[in-house]
Design a protein around this ligand. Structure first.
Ligand code: FE
Length: 348
């Protein structure tokens, strides 16, 4: 049997025109629909979602993982950039892309229906895909089942609080939200109180808060909820499992609003996207019930779309009452938040 490629080649040769060859090339690339994704998200977290998208739509996803400098890279590529979709964690990083001029506005009824208005741009420049609530890890035997973020500065927790660096985006976003709710002066006092309460320097990662509660170094801490999903679902006998087993989650709220602070993972369509239709298609897929349930079950993140089933561990934390503060308000105060962290020497 003759190789099909040889027969195509021979046919092309017989036709003998370059234009037909080009037309065939164009036709084949139109058939192999693709979309180029630039993402700062960890590959293992996002890959199952992309595989499911390709399976469902036949659209191939070419992924470029960009750890740092996403904005600089897309800017440098300019009009030649192959990027179609830009995906980040942290609202600040996402808005930096918008402010940096590398996104474009889109319209999608599907996205508007799935994502609450305060979790997307009015003009379609960015969209939230999942929620990441910043919660209290509490030693599981402590009789504490309600907290305000403001309580972390209360002297009753002297020497008992663990957090990571105050300059980490997870913390600057939370501190920015405190500024928006309570004002800069009260937030500075809060930071001084938290500093006085630290059981160890503000360093390490979120899971280290659970580790150090197990180790008796602290009783409470601030960290993201999805790590608890990972730890409590880990293999029994592993460190992760033991850390997760030492704590319970209390979802704090701001005194002023009664809501819990969330940050997001989100995405935007790139300004010079070569495949804008597929870019929108990918975003729409990511808010489908199927994809949202993958966010919930594989990543232990909170779905942005209502009514999607949660991982049982995450469900056990109770109802998430999302702080109603617009994400743009949080982003607006994050520089000041970072300055206050330095001013009080939280990390020193
Ligand atoms: Fe994280």
């Amino acid at each position: 049997m003759r190789h099909p490629r040889a027969s195509l080649y021979q046919r092309l040769k017989r036709l003998g025109t370059l234009s037909v060859g080009l037309a065939l090339l164009a036709a084949s690339s139109a058939m192999a629909a693709e979309v180029n994704l630039y993402t700062t998200r960890e590959p293992r977290l996002i890959q199952p979602l992309l595989d499911a998208f390709t399976q469902e739509t036949g659209v191939q996803v070419n992924t470029v993982f960009v750890k740092d400098g996403l904005l600089e890279r897309v800017r440098a590529e300019g009009e030649q950039s192959p990027a179609d979709v830009l995906m980040t964690v942290d609202i600040g990083n996402l808005l930096d892309l918008v402010d940096g001029g590398v996104t474009q506005p889109i319209r999608s009824e599907t996205l508007d229906a799935a994502i609450p208005a305060h979790l997307r741009a009015d003009d379609g420049q960015w969209y939230t895909l999942s929620l990441r609530d910043r919660v209290a890890y509490v030693a599981k035997d402590l009789d504490v089942d309600q907290l305000h973020y403001e309580d972390f500065a209360d002297p009753q927790w002297r020497g008992k609080v663990c957090i990571r660096s105050g300059q980490h985006p997870y913390n600057t976003a939370l501190i920015a939200a405190l500024i928006a709710h309570d004002g800069a002066e009260a937030t500075e006092d809060w930071l001084r109180g938290v500093k006085a309460n630290l059981g160890r320097p503000a360093t390490g990662g979120d899971r280290d808060v659970a580790r150090d509660i197990l180790g008796g170094i602290c009783d409470i801490g601030l960290a993201n909820a999805y790590y608890v999903g990972r730890m409590k679902n880990a293999e029994p006998g592993t460190d992760a499992y033991r850390w997760g087993d030492a704590i319970k989650v209390v979802r704090p709220s701001f005194k002023a609003s009664g809501g819990t602070h969330v940050n997001i993972s989100g995405a935007a369509v790139a300004r010079h996207a070569p495949h804008p239709d597929q870019a929108v298609q990918l975003l729409e897929y990511l808010v489908s019930d199927e994809a949202q349930s993958l966010y919930a079950r594989a990543n232990y993140e909170y779905p942005v779309k209502a009514g999607v089933e949660l991982d049982p561990v995450v469900a056990s934390f109770g109802v998430l009452q999302v702080d109603a503060l617009p994400l743009t308000e949080i982003a607006r105060h994050r520089r000041q938040a970072s300055e206050l962290v330095d001013k009080v020497g939280l990390n020193q």
